[in-house]
Every structure is written in structure tokens, then in C-alpha cells.
Design a protein around this ligand. Structure first.
Ligand SMILES: [Ca+2]
Length: 303
């Protein structure tokens, strides 16, 4: 009897042990239950790749439609001086334009403002019309007329290109800085990041474009020159000229003219300002306010 009882007890404990081992083995063999992860709420104003509220990091889709800066293929240019010409150091250059062998210049500051025809080779002023009561700015040519802006007077002047006779004036609601003509419309700057388009007959605004380098707004756009479909623009207080697509406002290139003028300039206003282009020969001219020289330059792209 005792033997039967002992065997039963041993068998009972062996059975419990076997069941326990089997439970552990089965438990370790089964795959773990998936964790209960809350579904992230899509929020376009937050970064979906790192949401600190739930610690979940998700991988953005390859074909993400998130907008970003467009590829920036802006070309950087340095320069070579092809020719150096004298320039009147009393000329506070605000506008420069060249056509048919004649260089025209607009100078600024009250009491010193003028319209000039300048001899390229000698820098001599061949013809001059003083505008003492205005601070003159940008200058361009439309047919047989010269168009000159003023800084804060909101008035532009129209002159006969041969006689400099004042033919008329027009008004505009902004400051006047640079001015050029693309053959169909006037393009002016006002110191902001805008190029403003004016009808050349009515002088009414017909459009504008914001100038951007990638997604960066470019301000202080000053003297202008339309050259073969692009706008070349001095950037005030810098040694740089931006080459701008006038349709999109995007900067296509930068010309760095650092070091072009070795003249000792004590006036901080004596900055690079003045771009002219000889369409017939492809010569590109630059100068600055009160600079001793005007330079014909050649652009050299940096690779
Ligand atoms: Ca110009």
C-alpha cells in the first residue's frame, strides 16, 4: 500500500513537472504578440519623421511631394579687365548706357545730378544737362529718347537723345533706382527685391517679378542693364552683379568684381554702380560712383 502511494505521489509530481516544462517550451516557441502602437496622426505642420509625442519614427515616402528649394544651378563668375578708361571722379554714377558709339551717364545727389554724353576713350563730358533740384538715378534709351529716373521724387524725365531737350515727364509710386529697356518694356528697380515693368508709352506699371537666388530674396537691386534676354543688376553696397532671368526673377549667375577698383575711396557711398553694354561688339562696361576708371570686362565662369 505504501509502495503504491509512493509511486502515485512520484507520478503526480512528475506529471506537474512535465506540464510545466511543456508550458515553458510552448511559450518560448510562439512569436511574441505585436505591441499596441497607436496610429500616428498625420499633421502637415510637423515633421513626420520624428514625432516626439509617440516616439515613432517613420520613413518618408520616396516620392514625397513636400515642396523644397529648386536645384540651384547658379553660375559664379570672376572677371578679366579687357580695357581701362578714365571716368570723371565727380560723377556719382546712377545710370549708364551705351548705344551707337555713345556712352550716356546719369549722375545723382542734389545739386550734382545730371545727364551726360561721355567720350568713352577719354572720359570727357561731351554734352551735359544739369538737374540740380532732383536726385537723379537710373537711365535708359527708348528709340530716340533717354529716360531718367529720380530717387525719391517719384518723377521720371524724357529727353531727346541728340539735343537733351526735355520732352516730358512721368510719375511712379515707388522710389527710382535702376532702369533698363528690353525692347518692349521698361524695367526698373526701387531698392527692394523687385523688378518692376512699365509700359514705355504710358509709363504705367504692367507687372513685376521678385528676384530670388534659389529661395533667398535678393534686395537692394540697383543699376540695371538688359543684355541678351537677361537683366544684369548691381546689388547696392556690394561688389557683385546678379544675372537675372526677368521671366522668373531667378538669379542665373553672380559676377564677383571684388578688387576691380584699387582706387582709395574714403566715401562709403562710392560703390560699384553702372553697367552698360555695347550690343554691336558685345563689350560690357562697369564703373562706380566717383570711380576714377570705367572698365571693359570679360566674364570668366568659375568651374
Ligand atoms: Ca545700365
Amino acid at each position: 500500500m505504501n509502495r503504491i502511494y509512493s509511486i502515485s505521489v512520484v507520478f503526480f509530481f512528475a506529471l506537474i513537472l512535465a506540464v510545466g516544462i511543456a508550458t515553458v517550451v510552448i511559450h518560448q516557441t510562439l512569436p511574441p504578440a505585436p505591441p499596441q502602437i497607436p496610429t500616428p496622426t498625420l499633421n502637415p505642420t510637423t515633421n513626420p519623421t520624428a514625432n516626439p509625442s509617440n516616439g515613432i519614427t517613420s520613413t518618408p515616402p520616396i516620392t514625397s511631394s513636400t515642396p523644397g528649394p529648386t536645384p540651384n544651378n547658379v553660375i559664379q563668375y570672376t572677371f578679366r579687365v579687357v580695357q581701362t578708361y578714365p571716368h570723371d571722379i565727380a560723377a556719382f554714377t546712377q545710370g549708364l548706357v551705351y548705344v551707337n558709339g555713345s556712352l550716356f551717364e546719369s549722375t545723382g545727389r542734389f545739386g550734382e545730378s545730371s545727364l551726360r554724353r561721355v567720350d568713352l576713350e577719354t572720359g570727357a563730358v561731351l554734352q551735359r544737362y544739369d538737374v540740380p533740384n532732383y536726385f537723379c538715378e537710373g537711365l535708359t534709351i527708348v528709340d530716340n529718347t533717354l529716360i531718367q529716373l529720380t530717387w525719391q521724387n517719384q518723377i521720371g524725365f524724357i529727353y531727346d537723345i541728340e539735343t537733351f531737350a526735355l520732352l516730358g515727364n512721368f510719375s511712379y509710386p515707388t522710389e527710382g533706382w535702376g532702369l533698363t529697356f528690353d525692347g518692349t518694356k521698361l524695367i526698373m528697380s526701387d531698392g527692394s527685391s523687385k523688378l518692376i515693368f512699365l509700359d514705355p508709352l504710358t509709363y504705367q506699371k504692367i507687372g513685376e517679378v521678385n528676384v530670388l537666388d534659389g529661395d533667398k530674396q535678393i534686395t537692394n537691386i540697383n543699376e540695371l542693364e538688359y543684355i541678351n534676354g537677361d537683366i544684369y543688376a548691381n546689388i547696392w553696397l556690394t561688389q557683385k552683379i546678379a544675372i537675372i532671368n526677368p521671366q522668373t526673377g531667378q538669379v542665373k549667375g553672380w559676377i564677383d568684381l571684388t578688387g576691380i577698383n584699387s582706387q582709395l575711396l574714403t566715401d562709403p557711398d562710392s560703390v560699384l554702380n553702372g553697367i552698360a553694354y555695347d550690343q554691336e561688339t558685345g563689350r560690357l562696361f562697369v564703373t562706380g560712383k566717383n570711380w576714377s576708371y570705367l572698365y571693359q570686362i570679360e566674364l570668366k565662369p568659375l568651374t
